[in-house]
Design a protein around this ligand. Structure first.
Ligand code: AHM
Ligand code: MG
Length: 335
């Protein structure tokens, strides 16, 4: 009987490297194995969320001005520890740390920079709702870079990006610029196993995802776009879905199509989501799957970051809905 063994993420990365970069040193696979190890540790802890005393806030306020959750600290430590000793990472930067962690004495001696949101949507954990880890990998010294701060690279410079969704199952979805691949954690063998090869985002969908409670504070073109989505004008009856956990909301958008939006709001004039460790990795994945991501004016991946924790409006989804959004953004309102 021909029973093929499952393809694990480690095998997949090695195989891809062998095909695309025959001379590769294997350092990149070593780095990614740090991420898979940390996220398996986080997944195990998330599974026991009500039992390990980590639920709820710590009372501390982080660099974002938001209350730190007990799980944020745990997930941040897990990633820092698993990545710090890889030997090829010059710097690590996280939503939870105001400043990047310099891993090597000479950061330039490392090959890679890893930026992450250790546990996005962590306030949802108290309610047993899905959360995620998001990561973005850059080169320490990208070709042609003259930037004084090596971290502040536009998203198009990412060499890899992905997320882990701690949902009804745990899934790792990543890209190295050669399509998007999804792996499901098989708890019986403790490995991420290929379950979603070559994910393509549908050209159009029938779902939109936005925190509509903020709609009065959205730019005018967003309100007109929302109205259009609900009008049924192009023959699609749109329905709405909003979890309030970016990784889960994006994962659905990736697989089902449609659009996810976090526009500027009355409270967050620049949008709420962070460019370098939320919008950039999500945008890289979306584009690699055939979708689009913008801040309403231009491509997310072309934004030159000015600060590590900078926020940006984010619109991401299928080509059809993104094209319509941009039409509204360009067209002034009729007076
Ligand atoms: P966090 O990084 O502090 O967890 O916040 C980001 C989360 C995203 O997961 C989600 O898309 C968004 O905040 C939801 O915000 P809101 O509650 O304003 O709709
Ligand atoms: Mg976050």
């Amino acid at each position: 009987m021909d029973r093929r063994l499952p393809t694990t993420v480690a095998q997949h990365i090695l195989e891809q490297q062998r095909l695309r970069y025959p001379g590769a040193s294997g350092e990149f696979s070593w780095l990614l194995s740090g991420i898979t190890l940390a996220t398996k540790i986080i997944a195990a802890e998330v599974r026991r969320a009500g039992l390990n005393g980590r639920l709820g806030g710590t009372g501390e306020i982080n660099v974002q001005g938001e209350e730190v959750q007990g799980f944020d600290i745990f997930a941040n430590e897990a990633l820092l520890q698993c990545l710090q000793y890889r030997g090829n990472i010059g710097m690590l930067a996280s939503e939870e740390n105001e400043k990047p962690v310099v891993v090597l004495e000479k950061p330039g001696a490392g090959k890679y920079i890893v930026i992450f949101d250790p546990l996005d949507g962590s306030s949802n954990l108290d309610l047993n709702v899905s959360v995620g880890t998001i990561f973005s990998i850059l080169r320490c010294d990208p070709e042609g870079s003259e930037a004084s701060d090596p971290i502040l690279q536009p998203g198009r410079c990412q060499v890899a990006a992905g997320y882990v969704l701690y949902g009804s199952s745990t899934m790792l979805v990543y890209t190295t610029g050669d399509g998007v691949h999804g792996f499901t954690l098989d708890p019986s063998i403790g490995a991420y196993v290929m379950s979603h090869p070559n994910i393509r985002m549908p050209e159009r969908g029938s779902l939109y995802s936005v925190n509509e409670a903020n709609a009065d504070g959205f730019p005018e073109y967003c309100r007109r776009f929302l109205h259009w989505l609900k009008s049924g004008e192009d023959g699609t009856v749109y329905s709405s879905r909003y979890i309030g956990s970016l990784v889960a909301d994006f994962h659905r958008t990736l697989l089902r199509g449609g659009i996810f939006m976090y526009p500027p709001t009355g409270r967050y004039a620049q949008g709420k989501l962070r460019l370098m460790y939320e919008a950039n990795p999500i945008a890289f994945l979306a584009e690699q799957a055939g979708g689009e991501a913008s801040d309403g004016r231009g491509r997310i991946l072309d934004i030159q970051p000015e600060a590590l924790h900078q926020r940006t409006p984010l619109f991401v989804g299928s080509k059809h809905e993104m094209e319509r959004l941009h039409t509204f953004a360009r067209k002034p309102a009729a007076v």
